[in-house]
Design a binder for this molecule. Structure first.
Ligand code: THG
Length: 281
């Protein structure tokens, strides 16, 4: 199935027969002190630069996350979403764990955004799903709950199933739920990549849903992050992953995704690959 997202002027389809969808991760203050303090002062200029740079680099969707110490999310998130939506025409992925901030951001966001995210916890499902239903948008379901993130792929599938059932109860179309099996740091758990791939396979086979994950999470704390990220992504794509949150300014990653789209049979006559290759990426 295809998940349809809309920006102010562009539509993006996530689906198993479509080119892989890149969700730009760079509007996120975690680990970036300068960005965090400018946001807490209400300065949105850095954010605008990141939005434009990512769209120009080929991001299909822009993730907007402003969560940091000193940032009043219910005030800053809608301002950030509005600022981004005025600069780019592609869909926005609203990345927050704060339901009040989400509701405020949805009010000012054009098109059909992707809400990032709901978890399998009852409290999260009951707060977030009514907002998704009311706005008619799509949502990322994180395969975790109050007990945390399980190392077991079967357990992650159970949570995915719970999220799908809850979405159905709220009359949200199943294609509007994108499941995130959760990629964890490989430096902390050597089973992180294999576990994520197994969870992707189960989710795709059992639920037929689209999937996403934070690709850069896998390399957290290690050197050669880009190398690790762009080695992981083809494995996850082969397991059925249909989108990812990553850094679209990483040229190596863009080349890898373009080559994988071609190899997956999603780029007939290598049209897109040739165009990017001739254009110097
Ligand atoms: N799943 C979903 N949403 C998510 C995540 C996920 N949102 C947040 C995160 N995980 C994905 N976004 C990022 C953004 C930045 C980084 C990693 C994941 C990152 N940044 C570098 C750092 O912190 O060291 C700094 C970036 C830079 O080099 O400038 O790694 O899993 N649904």
């Amino acid at each position: 199935v295809d998940t349809i997202l809309e920006g102010s002027e562009e539509q993006v389809l996530i689906g198993p027969q479509r080119p892989f969808v890149l969700i730009g991760e760079r509007i996120n203050p975690s680990g970036k002190q300068r960005f965090a303090s400018s946001l807490s002062r209400g300065d949105l200029s850095l954010l605008g630069d990141e939005a434009l740079a990512q769209a120009e680099s080929g991001a299909h969707v822009i993730d907007v996350n402003v969560a940091a110490e000193g940032v009043d999310e219910p005030v800053v998130l809608p301002l950030a979403v509005q600022a981004v939506s005025k600069l780019v025409t592609i869909p926005i992925c609203i990345d927050t764990a704060n339901a009040e901030a989400l509701a405020a951001a949805l009010k000012v966001c054009p098109g059909k955004p992707l809400v990032n995210s709901v978890t399998g916890e009852d409290a999260s499902l009951e707060k977030v799903l009514p907002l998704v239903r009311e706005r008619g948008c799509a949502v990322i379901g994180l395969c975790m709950d109050s007990t945390g993130i399980s190392a077991s792929a079967d357990r992650r599938l159970e949570i995915a199933e719970k999220i799908m059932r809850a979405a159905e109860k709220h009359r949200i179309p199943s294609e509007d739920v994108v499941l995130d099996p959760l990629a964890m740091a490989i430096g902390a758990d050597s089973g992180a990549a294999v576990g994520a791939m197994e969870a992707i396979r189960l989710i795709v086979c059992q639920l037929g849903a689209n999937t996403t994950l934070g690709a850069s999470n896998i390399s957290f704390g290690l050197p050669e992050r880009s190398l690790i990220n762009r080695s992981f992504l083809p494995m996850a794509m082969a397991a059925g992953l249909t989108s990812a949150i990553l850094d679209p300014l990483d040229v190596g990653m863009r080349k890898t995704v373009a080559a994988c789209d071609l190899l997956m049979g999603h780029d007939e006559y290598a049209t897109s690959f040739l165009q990017h290759s001739r254009g110097g990426w």
